[in-house]
Each structure stands twice: as C-alpha cells, then as structure tokens.
Design a protein around this ligand. Structure first.
Ligand code: UDP
Length: 406
C-alpha cells in the first residue's frame, strides 16, 4: 500500500529578501544562512505533514523549503497517507488542541489503535529512508505517531506544533494526554507561542518559532489595481475586469493567467467597485463562518453599503479536513436565511484549488481588494491570513486570541 507521497519542492533565491529587509536584519539573515549551510551540510532535512495544499502548514512549507533549497540545504517534503477514520480522528485532536470538542468523540484506546495503524506504514517507509545524519521535522498531531518508529534509527526528531490555546482546558489536556507518549520522545518541540507549550514536556527541549509568510509568493506578491480587478473577474468573483490581463508571477518566474473560476454562492456577482469585507479561511467551525455572516448582517450591513466575501477552498480539495463540506453547507444554510436586502450583499466563494499558485493569486487579489480584512476565529494558532493582510497594508479586524495577538 502506498504510504508517503513526496511533494516536489522548487528552488528559490533567498537573496531577494535584501529588497524588503532592513540592512541589519538582512545581514543577520545572511549569517544564519551561512551557519545553516555549515551545520546542515550533507544532511537531508525531512519535513512531514498531512497535506500538500490547503491550510497554513502547506502554505509555509512551499516557500520555506524552496528557500532552504536555494540556500543549498537538502530539504525534503513527505505527506503521510491515512484513511477517513484517521483524518476524522486527527481533526478531533486538532479541535481539542484548540480547546473545542469537534465531533465530541473519545480519545481512548480504540482511537489510539486507529491512529497507530494508519501511521504504521508511513512510519516504516520513513524509517527505511532516513539516515542518522539527517534531520526529521514532523508537523502537527497527524505526524506525532511516527516518532516511536523513527527513534531507533537515531535520526534527530523535531516535532513542530502549529496549533494551540492561550489557556489550556480539559479538552486540550485530553489531546495532550493522547499525544504525549509519542511527542515526549522527540528531541525538540517547536511551538508558535510560548503559552502554547504543553505541560509535562521537557522545557529544555523547546523552541518558540513564529510562523511566517513569503513576501514574494503568488499569495503576497505586488499586484496592480488593474491586475486585482482582472483576477477577480477571471475567477468569477466580480463582473468588471477593466480589460487588464489577469496574470500573476509563478514561483518559477513564469507569468501565468488565472483561468479557473470559483464556485460562488450569491445572488449577483460584485460589480467591482463596492467596498468589501473579506475573510479567507478554510471551511472550519473554528474560523466561525456563521459568526462572520451574522456579524456582517447585524452590524455592518445596516451601517454601510459594504459587501461580505467569505472565501475558502473548494471543499473536495483539502484531504486532511473532513469537516469542510459540512461547514460550507452550514454557511450556505445561514446565507439562505438572511433577510433579502442582506443576502444580496453576502458572497460565499469556494476557490479553485487545482493549481495552488492560481488559488494563491485569487486570495492575493481578494485581500488587496478588501476594504477590511476580518479573521473572526474562535481559536487560532497563528493566523497567516492576518499577516498576509497586514503585509498588503489592509486594516484587519480580528478576534483577540491565540497567534492573532502576535
Ligand atoms: N488559504 C488559501 N486559500 C483558501 C483558504 C485559505 O490559500 O481558499 C490560505 C490562507 O491564505 C493562508 C492559509 O491558507 O495562507 C491559512 O493559514 P492560517 O494560518 O490562516 O489558518 P489554518 O488554515 O492554518 O488554520
């Protein structure tokens, strides 16, 4: 049975950061690159997570690993395979780590068997491929169960956790209890914020690393106003494209057109000149799509002529997120119930995911076009979307929780 899938990584020149970093910071960055080259020479750096697209971890790895390769580091990326029971369970763990019940199910011995059985073929394959001089970086709860099988190979193991809660509760502790037998065997734990670190893990084997965005990726690169309008029109998100080309720059440097259209639930497409409030998030209850719709309907719609665009990925596309379809259906249900005058101003968009760079260009255009970007999460490890909006100079209104505060 196929287990791991290798994700192709491009090579990017880190030197481009000289144009956006102050000289001192760029100098420190160059020193770090030189030291990394030395320390990591001859080692392969295996990154393992559970999806190659959709969500913040994939978003970060695409860029980080490409710059690592550009700096001469042999970075690799593998995605674990799992069955639907495994992903339902890891979503439950993810929700619990955020302090939310998710589907309310148990995390007991039966679940442990489901978890370990699904990861076993992945772990065997990875253990055969790694060398003790390599480094393995495992991301998030979906991969923690690989640790015990990797341990005897002698490879250094780093476990990086991208989710967390400001104040632990019974649910997060339940998830910790489930995962600690694996996680405690890692050589280093990385958390996004200090308060996210778990009780019961060795404090001397801990690092705090904030997530990051890539200023040059198709998600964040500069776009002219005309390109923004053209991309939104090409993606079916507004009517008027101003005649410009709906193009963006691929990571490879090639210029590409946005061709695929979003599936939009709306009464009429945007004209293109209305002020829009935008939230870009996976269809996940912790991103509170219903709260965004209600908040807009009750507080913004009566006081302005703004429209709301809630954009998330096409739901079939994010393989490790089984709740997506349900949550999109709930959002559509709430949209249907809106009073007539508000419904016409709320647009729910499922963005095409076939080409991640095209998807990123559409998100980029939406964020740049936004009068206000919102992120009304109920829990948030970091919230790349907030950093993305800030990079674009957009005003952000967001929940005062988790990494959003940073
Ligand atoms: N994202 C995207 N297309 C979508 C929805 C989300 O590219 O349709 C991106 C978004 O721009 C951000 C990432 O997915 O880069 C989400 O990261 P965040 O930290 O905000 O939340 P997570 O999904 O990791 O909980």
């Amino acid at each position: 049975m196929a287990s791991l899938t290798s994700v192709p990584i491009s090579t990017l020149e880190f030197e481009r950061f000289s144009t956006v970093l102050p000289p001192d910071t760029y100098g420190a960055f160059l020193e770090a690159v030189a030291r990394s080259r030395q320390v990591l020479d001859g080692r392969r750096i295996w990154n393992v997570n559970s999806t190659a697209r959709g969500g913040g971890v994939a978003e970060m790895l695409i860029s980080l690993l490409a710059y690592a390769r550009g700096a001469g580091v042999d970075a690799r990326w593998e995605v674990v395979a799992g069955n639907p029971e495994f992903f339902a369970l890891t979503k439950r763990i993810h929700n619990c780590l955020h302090g939310a019940p998710g589907d309310g199910g148990d995390l007991g011995e039966t679940e442990r068997r489901t978890y370990e059985d699904a990861l076993a073929p992945n772990a065997d394959e990875l253990a055969e491929r790694v060398d003790p001089s390599d480094v393995v970086i495992l991301h998030d709860p979906q991969t923690a169960g690989l640790i015990p099988r990797l341990k005897p190979t002698g490879v250094p193991i780093i476990w990086r956790c991208h989710v967390g809660l400001d104040m632990p509760n019974d649910l997060s502790r339940k998830a910790w209890r489930f995962l600690i037998p694996y996680v405690e065997q890692a050589d280093l734990h990385i958390f996004s914020r200090r308060v996210f670190a778990w009780e019961g893990l060795d404090e001397t084997a801990r690092a705090i690393v904030a997530p990051s965005i890539d200023a040059f990726s198709p998600k964040n690169q500069e776009l002219s106003d005309d390109a923004v309008s053209a991309i939104l029109a090409a993606a079916g998100l507004s009517q008027n494209g101003d005649g410009a080309e709906p193009t963006f720059l691929r990571e490879s440097g090639e210029r590409e057109r946005v061709r695929r259209r979003a599936e939009v639930f709306e009464e009429e497409p945007l004209r293109g000149d209305e002020p829009i409030v935008v939230q870009v998030s996976r269809w996940d209850r912790l991103k509170d799509p219903l709260g965004v719709i209600d908040g807009f309907a009750q507080h913004i719609a009566p006081r302005s002529d703004a429209h709301l665009v809630y954009a998330g990925p096409a739901v079939a596309a994010v393989s490790d997120d089984p709740e997506g379809k349900e949550v999109l259906a709930e959002a559509r249900g709430r949209w249907t119930e809106l009073p007539d005058d508000v419904r016409g101003r709320v647009h729910l968009a499922a963005l095409p995911m076939d080409d991640p760079e095209e998807n990123a260009a559409i998100v980029n255009a939406l964020q740049r076009r936004a009068a206000v970007v919102v992120q009304k999460s109920i829990a948030e490890g970091f919230g790349l979307t907030v950093a993305e909006a800030m990079w674009k100079g957009r005003p952000v209104v967001a929940s005062r929780i988790g990494g959003i505060q940073d």
